[in-house]
Design a protein around this ligand. Structure first.
Ligand SMILES: Nc1ncnc2c1ncn2[C@@H]1O[C@H](COP(=O)(O)OP(=O)(O)O)[C@@H](O)[C@H]1O
Ligand SMILES: N[C@@H](CC(=O)OP(=O)(O)O)C(=O)O
Length: 445
């Protein structure tokens, strides 16, 4: 069994859905297909949820209209039978009109999650029907029946397996299962989700649960690149990368992968393949345990972080002081992304921006706290990076100044924290210093 995940851009147009259809029929292996919502739909659903929260029916109707017509266009283009077109359009309307009923209820997180996860439900239903009608038999599964995830960081794969196994054993002869990414249920049986971009994670959780031979992430680019192609020219796809390296890159902001995606694959040692839906013949990136190539691999950047510099007023940073500081982060369920400790100062980088006021008030009771907002973590990743001949060039770039923090770990990564306004300059400068020669070698080979 293979798990194939198609992201929002791959699900986004009629042509891209045709493209997916041909990918599905080109490989006869039994498949689990995980689909995101059409690109842009989750953003519109978030706006719709806000309108529900504000009891603003006019805005709600505006977003319902936009979302419905995008799906109607797909139905009109894909489905020949008039009866089926009517049936599917009615389903779209039923799902979206259901949102209007929520106006009667007190707004809650459960309501918000129900609204913002409906994009995946709409498009999987349409796409699955289209495939069935064109002679590609498949079974449409509701992810809410088996994606039971309570802890985002530590999902209970066995529970997902148990629920899925019951479904799959009764459908032994089916080659294609289609389901929604992103959406899940919690232990209270309420609808929840795996955070933005979470369909990647759905795919790897399912992959681990069914012991898949491969997890494929189909997107709009030809693999995991050595730097963020949205900000840097002359980036290139990395043919192979280890689980650890990919996991660090995802954790430190490489948008192509949801941060937790690699962990279930590591647990079951399942390779992850990143492929381009629009160029299925290009090789893409293989993420696996086998890769043992050392040296600098790639750079990732994470915005919207902040640095708290916590200075002890009276004592040096002894163990009780350190515990008191981190107990406060724990109280607000915040896991710092980076920490540096010196004898008088603890510097903490966080990416959860809520509760800042309460945290600083609590810390200020026994420390002096300064907050630096708008920070970006830039992380250079690679196995045994210090052995790379270009390693020292990381620190030669003048664009790094003023540098807020350096964090080096396990000979596998260096994180540099800079003001967000420096981000693009630093990414470009590092790319030139560290990777230009590799790029030229690839470009001219
Ligand atoms: N290191 C990287 N390698 C490849 N793509 C990256 C990288 N960093 C950021 N990206 C961006 O991630 C995008 C793909 O992720 P995403 O938009 O979530 O895709 P999807 O719609 O398939 O889920 C690419 O189009 C690219 O702009
Ligand atoms: N639709 C959700 C989940 C997702 O994974 O999307 P994508 O595959 O387009 O990143 C989102 O927009 O966050």
């Amino acid at each position: 069994m293979k798990v194939l995940k198609f992201g929002g851009t791959s699900m986004g147009t009629v042509d891209s859905l045709y493209q997916i259809q041909s990918i599905l029929i080109s490989d006869k292996t039994q498949k689990f297909v995980v689909c995101s919502a059409m690109s842009g739909i989750t953003d519109q659903l978030i706006n719709l949820a806000k309108a529900v929260k504000q009891k603003n029916k006019k805005n709600a109707l505006k977003y319902i209209d936009l979302i419905a017509s995008r799906h109607f266009n797909v139905i009109d283009a894909l489905i020949e039978s008039l009866n089926f077109r009517i049936l599917l359009k009615n389903e779209v309307l039923r799902t979206l009109d259901g949102v209007l009923d929520l106006f009667m209820q007190d707004y809650s997180k459960a309501i918000e999650y129900q609204v913002i996860t409906s994009g995946e439900i709409l498009i999987t239903r349409i796409f699955s029907s289209y495939l069935n009608l064109t002679g590609i038999p498949n079974i449409h599964l509701d992810a809410k029946d088996f994606m039971r995830v309570d802890s985002l960081e530590n999902p209970d794969i066995n529970e997902v397996y148990r629920r899925l196994n019951n479904i799959l054993t009764s459908q032994n002869n089916t080659d294609i299962f289609i389901t929604q990414g992103f959406i899940c249920k919690n232990h209270k049986n309420e609808i929840s989700h795996l955070k933005r971009g979470g369909s990647d994670y759905t795919a790897s959780i399912i992959g681990a649960a069914v012991d898949a031979e491969e997890i494929q992430i189909w997107t709009d680019i030809d693999g995991l690149h050595n730097n963020d192609p949205r900000f840097v020219n002359s980036t290139y796809p990395i043919p192979e990368i280890s689980f650890e390296e990919a996991s660090e890159l995802a954790f430190f902001g490489a948008k192509i992968l949801h941060p937790e995606t690699v962990l279930p694959a590591i647990q079951k040692n399942i390779p992850i393949l990143i492929k381009n839906t629009f160029k299925p013949y290009s090789k893409g990136t293989v993420i696996s345990e086998k890769v043992n190539i050392t040296g600098l691999k790639a750079i990732a950047a994470e915005d919207n972080t902040m640095m708290l510099k916590i200075k002890s007023e009276r004592i040096l940073t002894n163990h009780q002081y350190i515990k008191a500081v981190f107990d406060i982060f724990d109280e607000y369920s915040i896991a710092p992304k980076l920490v540096n400790i010196s004898n008088t100062m603890i510097s903490v980088i966080i990416n959860k921006l809520e509760h800042l006021k309460k945290i600083t008030v609590a810390l200020n009771k026994f420390s002096v706290v300064t907050v630096h907002k708008d920070c970006t973590i830039i992380t250079v990743v690679g196995k045994s990076i210090t052995n790379d001949k270009n390693f020292c060039k990381i620190f030669e770039s003048k664009s790094l100044c003023p540098l807020k923090m350096i964090n080096y770990e396990g000979n596998s990564k260096v994180s540099l924290v800079v003001d967000s306004r420096q981000k693009v300059t630093v990414l470009r400068s590092l790319n030139e210093r560290l990777f230009q020669e590799y790029y030229e070698a690839i470009a001219f080979s």
